[in-house]
Design a protein around this ligand. Structure first.
Ligand code: GLU
Length: 422
């Protein structure tokens, strides 16, 4: 990896993703040369984005877009704004998108983008200019049939609106289907904002059914209270689950009898954080993962559950709302402890599934009721959960290995059907 110094990252997230791949590939009878083609990112773009800041100073921001696979359809995946974004991470996230889209059977490949920046320290105007410059630089490689970005960590529907507008201005026509996760007023889908969290809810429900547990009273801890964690907490609390601990980048809170999630959402909307929520005790942010609970939902960043803390996890189920929260070493420890991990490429696939619905609606020019979106999402999540579970039972393996097996088979099948053009 050209621009990543080995000192920049202790673990290669892409290597971790490929170790997950290899474990599953080892159980499949697929030509090793073909497996190698499936693994490697097809195209990695590195950008230097020049900007004038509000105070008149010039700055350069580093941007990335990785198209891991376009075998099953256009590239698909979010854009992340974070100070720690790097090429290795974006390549891993793009690879996970390829396998995620394959697991849920939607006709996309996998891609991901990112800009190294701290959006908390930037004005709205600066964010808009940076987003527009990034989009303009990618004009030739994104598009409804090529690569369709979406929100990810620290990006939202407003940022997607700027991507859509910039792309459309260059194309001299309004092209809504170039991004998903847009505002509903301009071609977004109802239910998209909540979709990732709702998908997590469907997976937790399906897992509880499988384990013969009932949802009311189920104790849940959530790491991350952004778009995924907050919605998952809200929906599962409505199912009667007790959300016993949550955290965000500023702090962590707990309440053994269950936090009042609607009140917490109001608190975060006004204060910007879960910290100092009345009726909760403040706890150490790190201890969120080792909270005594039934279901742990990591919904923040990668590499959170590691060989250092995996043995201390007390949940029976880990539902991965984030991408890549569990390292391969930790996976082994969790499996030995008999903890079920609903893997990211299944558990958080609700977001990209409703992104697919949004893309379909944009291209039809006909928009669905929210109920229809949610019903179709439930159908896909339940079907995919069932397929992964059945494969894991048949091969006596983890849900992650089974999910990767399913995904690899689906990508390999299409490569073989299409053949290689030379
Ligand atoms: N960023 C989300 C993910 O990691 C959604 C991607 C999309 O909708 O394209 O799955």
């Amino acid at each position: 990896m050209t621009d990543v110094k080995s000192t920049d990252i202790q673990v290669s997230t892409f290597e971790n993703a490929m170790r997950q791949f290899d474990r599953a590939a080892g159980l499949l009878k697929i030509n090793p040369g073909l497996l190698n083609i499936i693994k490697r990112p097809r195209r990695s773009i590195i950008l230097e984005l020049p900007m004038m800041m509000d105070d008149g100073t010039y700055r350069l921001f580093k941007g990335y877009r990785v198209q891991h696979s376009i075998v099953r359809g256009p590239g698909k995946g979010g854009i992340r704004y974070h100070p720690d974004v790097n090429l290795d991470e974006v390549q891993a996230l793009a690879a996970w998108m390829t396998f995620k889209c394959a697991v849920v059977g939607i006709p996309f490949g996998g891609a991901k983008g990112g800009i190294v920046c701290d959006p908390r320290k930037m004005s709205k105007g600066e964010l808009e200019r940076l987003t527009r410059r990034y989009t303009a630089e990618l004009m030739d490689v994104i598009g409804p049939d090529q690569d369709v970005p979406a929100p990810d960590v620290n990006t939202d529907s407003q940022i997607m609106a700027w991507v859509m507008d910039t792309y459309s201005m260059h194309q001299r026509r309004t092209e809504t289907a170039v991004v998903t996760g847009k505002p509903v007023a301009m071609g977004g889908s109802l239910g998209r904002r909540e979709a990732t969290g709702r998908g997590v809810q469907f997976c937790v429900r399906a897992m509880a059914r499988h384990l013969g547990q009932s949802l009311p009273g189920l104790r849940i801890a959530v790491q991350g209270f952004g778009n995924v964690g907050s919605v998952a907490a809200e929906l599962l609390a409505r199912d009667g689950c007790k959300i016993v601990a949550v955290c965000d980048v500023y702090g962590a809170i707990a309440n053994k009898s269950g936090l009042d999630i609607p009140a917490l959402l109001k608190h975060t909307a006004t204060t910007g954080s879960v910290k100092d929520f009345p009726g909760s005790e403040s706890i150490d942010t790190k201890s969120i993962l080792t909270t005594d609970c039934d279901v742990l939902i990591p919904a923040a960043l990668e590499n959170q559950i590691t060989e250092e803390n995996a043995a201390l996890i007390r949940a029976r189920v880990v539902a991965e709302g984030a991408n890549g929260p569990t390292t391969p070493e930790a996976d082994v420890i969790l499996a030995e402890k008999g903890i079920y991990v609903i893997p990211d490429i299944l558990c958080n696939a609700g977001g990209v599934t409703v992104s697919y619905f949004e893309w379909v609606q944009d291209r039809m020019g006909y928009f669905w009721e929210e109920e229809e979106v949610n019903q179709r999402l439930e159908l896909i999540m339940n079907r995919s959960f069932g397929e992964v579970l059945a494969l894991s039972t048949a091969h006596d393996t983890t849900l992650r290995v089974a999910a990767f097996m399913l995904a690899i088979q689906r990508v390999a099948e299409v490569i073989q059907l299409r053949g290689l053009y030379a």
